[in-house]
Design a protein around this ligand. Structure first.
Ligand code: DGL
Length: 294
């Protein structure tokens, strides 16, 4: 972990904050977690936006998929992982790289850790409204995300601005997690088929929001159902920009790192080989993944 190039920040510990280990300075890592390998689509954007930062990535693959669980389960997982990242890695910021966990738990994480900058992800409906020319927007996400109050409020706030075709995609995240090409293909065909007509003509879906961080890794299979003209939106880049803004505001940004330092440390609560091959295949990162029991 490079320290020399990073500005130090004085942290004021109140009595309340003393209960939670705090990030001590800008050389501390950013914590990132997802139910599994899907958060790598957010990590990719984070590394591009913040190339000098150190990151600790936790794939909760041993407890995936979150999208098929109830809120209490996801909240408990989010709390346990956040506590682990604070206690053992002294993270200076947290990125919840999972739409499902953001919808279920981010307000509670913020309540519990008011001093920790926390960035979540939500389906990119607002940008989609600005980009769609047909005014028909497809949204694919987990059942939990779509039924959440957070998503329902977002949808209601855009009423009248577009027509949203909302599709729960049970099983798709798990199939991606398992690299099961046959199931991925079948789920993508089923769900795009159920959404209606895609294209740029009047009445067609011309913009597709990928509201689960796993789905960008199924893009080639989704394209078979939507065609090439449809615009896909994922949330990684806005999350990365928001993380930069929060770090800058807290003077916690890292200005440079030592050559050769390892930028990401990977942990998995499931089979480490799954995350290892996903990181290599999708991000070109060849690193071993450490097992984690939380
Ligand atoms: N990647 C997660 C999301 O963005 C959830 C996938 C799952 O575990 O169901 O919603």
């Amino acid at each position: 972990m490079a320290k020399a190039h990073c500005q130090r920040r004085v942290q004021v510990h109140s009595r309340r904050l003393a209960l939670t280990p705090l990030p001590s300075h800008s050389a501390s890592p950013i914590g990132v977690f997802d139910s599994g390998v899907g958060g790598l689509s957010v990590l990719r954007a984070l590394l591009a936006e913040l190339p000098d930062e150190q990151v600790v990535y936790v794939a909760d693959s041993g407890h995936a998929p979150y999208g098929e669980r109830d809120d209490a389960y996801v909240i408990e997982r989010a709390r346990a992982i956040t506590a682990h990242l604070l206690t053992h890695h002294h993270i200076k910021a947290l990125v919840v790289a999972c739409n499902t966990a953001t919808a279920a738990a981010i307000h509670l994480l913020r309540e519990q850790h008011p001093q920790l900058p926390i960035v979540g992800i939500e389906p990119a409906l607002k940008p989609a409204v600005g980009l769609s020319t047909t005014g028909v927007i497809g949204v694919m996400a987990t059942r939990s995300t779509l039924r959440s109050d957070k998503f329902q409020r977002l949808l209601a706030s855009l009423e009248g601005q577009a027509r949203f075709v909302v599709q729960p995609c049970a099983g798709l995240a798990l199939a991606i997690e398992q690299f099961d090409t046959i199931k991925i293909e079948a789920a993508c065909a089923e769900y795009t088929g159920a959404m209606g007509s895609f294209g740029t003509k009047t009445g067609q879906i011309d913009t597709l929001v990928l509201g689960c961080t796993h789905y960008p890794f199924a893009e080639s299979h989704l394209r078979a159902g939507t065609g090439a003209a449809v615009r896909y939106l994922e949330g990684g880049a806005p999350v990365a920009r928001q993380t930069r803004r929060l770090l800058q505001a807290g003077q916690a940004i890292c200005a440079g790192r030592a050559t050769g330092s390892q930028q990401v440390v990977f942990y998995s609560t499931g089979n480490p080989l799954t995350l290892e091959s996903a990181a290599k295949r999708w991000l070109g990162l060849e690193q071993s993944v450490l097992p984690l029991a939380v």
